[in-house]
Design a protein around this ligand. Structure first.
Ligand SMILES: [Zn+2]
Length: 208
């Protein structure tokens, strides 16, 4: 059985969504392309958006990762501007948004009404209240390595509807199969059912 890796940065993984680095030429497998908050360069913003526009193709599954990050030194106003522009791009090209968010969940939620496509928070490992607020507003949550060892996150995962869920390895070195096993155990469903559900979710967000 193959297990879809919703968000990763590894060239050797072929079944999943590879996150393209800024300025890199798209590849033949499925990928996402976006301007990460840490990469925003206000002086070269138009070049960055030109690269993004040129990266939109059939293999581009989503715009991202993009979003808001309270730790990177780029001013919030500029981050919000770049994020909003990527939301409008996602509306225009009809592709979902993979969101990177550090301590800016309520700001991201406030942008949700501008988006016509699905928004997926990648690498979710925050508190239950935040998860509930995001889920109530129809965000999808993608979980990674932390699920393997964080009991509080496992607990949150129990309450996440199967039709708002994705799984990913991101930058971490472990096998996505291990995560699928863990999540099927936590959710009390078979691996096959989990796998089918994830593929169904992918279909749903692809077709708006
Ligand atoms: Zn990532």
């Amino acid at each position: 059985m193959d297990f879809f890796d919703f968000h990763h940065h590894k060239k050797n993984i072929t079944y999943g969504i590879y996150n393209l680095d800024l300025g890199i030429t798209p590849r033949s497998h499925l990928y996402s392309a976006g301007i990460h908050p840490k990469d925003i360069d206000a002086d070269f913003m138009e070049d960055q958006f030109r690269w993004l526009a040129s990266s939109i193709s059939e293999n581009c599954f989503a715009i991202g990762e993009c979003g808001l990050d309270s730790i990177v030194p780029v001013p919030q106003k500029i981050q919000e501007k770049v994020f909003l522009r990527q939301i409008y791009l996602s509306n225009e090209v009809k592709k979902p948004l993979i969101i990177h968010c550090v301590r800016k969940f309520y700001e991201v939620i406030s942008f949700k009404k501008k988006a016509e496509q699905a928004m997926i928070i990648h690498g979710f490992n925050k508190k239950r209240a935040i998860a509930e607020d995001l889920l109530a507003r129809n965000f999808y949550l993608s979980f990674g390595k932390a699920v393997l060892y964080q009991l509080s996150l496992q607990d949150i995962l129990k309450a996440v509807p199967l039709n708002q869920l994705f799984l990913e390895t991101d930058n971490d070195d472990f096998s996505i199969e291990e995560l699928y096993h863990k999540v099927s155990e936590i959710k009390g469903i078979s691996l096959e059912t989990l796998n089918e559900q994830i593929l169904e979710n992918l279909y749903t967000i692809k077709n708006g």
